[in-house]
Write a protein that binds this ligand. Structure first.
Ligand code: DUC
Ligand code: ZN
Ligand code: ZN
Ligand code: ZN
Length: 514
């Protein structure tokens, strides 16, 4: 016996190739890919005749319960989120740990992340997870704040191998000034961190929320009206300008609008390392899904689909698909942010208490999606012709996230000897061998702790049949296999995409014209 598992007769699809071959797995790694691997050498054999084998998905944007709860209470623990992930063909999640602003000094950020890792260490994890840092506030104003942040990032990387952070250009309490964005970029450049940016102009949003409220326009639908595409376009352009100034690579998270895509595309054409992420909801849902649809008993129903940036007009969807195909978008993530619908209404986030009357400004921004991302992109992308190829599907959902966030080729690929045996077997065509394949999306299918999915009732012609993590089957035909859950914290390297060009600056200096 040489192998723990051999998968025979499948069609392998990676970001670069599609070809029929067998895969042999040993010690949790892809060991060998070849024609006709002898099944007598394996402990266990899967006959994948009629199936397509891809690397497992990497969902690089997931919110789960964390010590700081900076974005409020979400329903999923890391255990729930990893279970839901593997139930939809995702085998690595990158979640967020928020800065604890009560901590000070060079270890402050490292300790913030350390608390999250300690919490998740007590849970059963179905796949590996990594963490981005959410930066809420610089410790000091001015250049002193810049220098403290520099030390903090160094220790964060040394202690936990975290190599990315997210900053916000909106939200009271989180919105970062342009000055502090420069301070942050200065340090992410110096430390080789990936700078993730939530680009919406917070002052414009605040003014529009106040104005809508003054007019009594507070139904969930007006959440989207309060942050129109121009708000995202402006902030995206400003962030590109700041990144250009600091000569720093950046990544825009959850890009939703054609205006933002245009800015990003232009910056890329100019040769800047500007990357972008979008999410399935921006091609499959629209602002209409935040309306009550004549459901006057529950005007609040649209609150399920409130997220930021908001769902756009249906006409915007084409540009987002196009951006996935033409390379404007580097990755697709879910922005899984599973607030309970009951919490949005009457529970923890209660938008009705004390005369709040369900006003959209009290509804937390986010929806679940870690489980639906891969199947939706496979189905509505590949099978229905919106994505140009299966290879593109793998590139933006599996391979590029690994490269962007410093875990390639351990993750996101099927390279013998190097890649973890994290993979998915799909049966888009062969309904004969996978008889019980789900036909529509239901909340129960998703195995998360959230009480709804925005994709309820979506027809689906494909769903993962097997999800394999570290060579162990953790999901098979709708069943979670808890005994095989062996996920853990994934330390990362620095991004291979976000390396700054030119001289490595240790100190920013103006360039004098000769
Ligand atoms: N941004 C996110 O990435 N997730 C939830 C809310 C938000 O604004
Ligand atoms: Zn965000
Ligand atoms: Zn109505
Ligand atoms: Zn998010």
């Amino acid at each position: 016996i040489e192998y723990d598992l051999v998968i025979k007769n499948g069609l392998i699809c990676t970001a670069s190739d599609i070809y029929p071959a067998d895969i042999a797995i040993a010690n949790g790694k892809v060991c060998c890919i070849a024609k006709n691997i002898d099944e007598n050498l394996a402990n266990e054999v899967i006959d994948a005749e009629g199936g397509i084998i891809t690397p497992g998905g990497i969902d690089a944007h997931v919110h789960v319960d964390e010590p700081m709860k900076l974005l409020g209470d979400v329903a999923d623990t890391m255990e729930d989120a990893t279970m839901s992930a593997v139930a939809g063909g995702t085998t690595t999640v990158i979640a967020f740990a928020s800065q604890d602003t009560s901590l000070k000094g060079p270890k402050a950020l490292s300790e913030s992340v350390g608390k999250a890792i300690a919490l998740y260490g007590k849970q059963t994890l179905y796949c590996d997870y990594a963490l981005h840092l959410i930066i809420a506030k610089l410790e000091k104003d001015g250049l002193a704040g810049r220098d403290i942040l520099g030390e903090q990032l160094e220790t964060l990387y040394a202690d936990h191998s975290v190599t990315s952070l997210k900053l916000f250009m909106t939200y009271p309490g989180l919105q970062m000034s342009d000055y502090n964005i420069l301070n942050t970029m200065y340090n992410t450049r110096k430390n080789g961190f990936t700078t993730m940016i939530h680009a919406e102009n917070g002052d414009m949003v605040k003014w529009m929320i106040d104005s809508l409220e003054e007019q009594g326009l507070t139904e969930p639908y007006y959440h989207g009206v309060s942050r129109p595409t121009i708000v995202e376009g402006e902030a995206t352009n400003r962030a590109v300008t700041l990144a250009r100034t600091m000569d720093t690579p950046i990544l825009f998270v959850h890009v939703s609008s054609p205006q933002a895509v245009d800015v990003i595309r232009k910056a890329q054409t100019d040769g800047l390392k500007v990357y972008a992420e979008t999410c399935p909801q921006y091609v499959l849902l629209s602002d209409m899904d935040t309306k009550c649809h004549g459901n006057h008993d529950d005007k609040f129903i649209g609150a399920k689909n409130i997220c930021s940036p908001p769902l756009r007009e249906e006409e915007c969807q084409k540009r987002i698909w196009q951006g996935m195909n033409d390379g404007s978008f580097t990755i697709v993530s879910s922005d899984h942010c599973p607030y309970l619908y009951s919490d949005k209404g009457q529970g923890k986030h209660n938008a009705f208490k004390n005369g709040k009357n369900g006003d959209f400004k009290y509804i937390p921004n986010g929806m679940p999606g870690v489980s639906t991302r891969m199947p939706l992109l496979f189905d509505y992308g590949c099978l229905r012709g919106n994505l140009r190829s299966m290879m593109k599907f793998v590139e933006i959902n599996c391979t590029n996230p690994a490269k962007l966030y410093g875990c390639y080729p351990q993750k996101g690929a099927l390279l013998p000897g190097s890649s973890d045996a994290d993979l998915v077997i799909w049966y888009p065509n062969d309904i004969k061998t996978y008889k019980n394949r789900p036909k529509t999306i239901t909340n129960a299918l998703l195995q998360h702790a959230c009480d709804y999915t925005p994709f309820e009732g979506f027809e689906i012609k494909n769903w993962p049949r097997y999800t394999i993590v570290h060579g162990r089957i953790v999901y098979k035909e709708g069943m979670i296999i808890r005994d095989n859950a062996k996920g853990s914290y994934l330390p990362r390297s620095k991004s291979s995409l976000c390396t700054p060009d030119g001289d490595w600056l240790t100190e920013w200096r103006p360039i004098y014209a000769k």
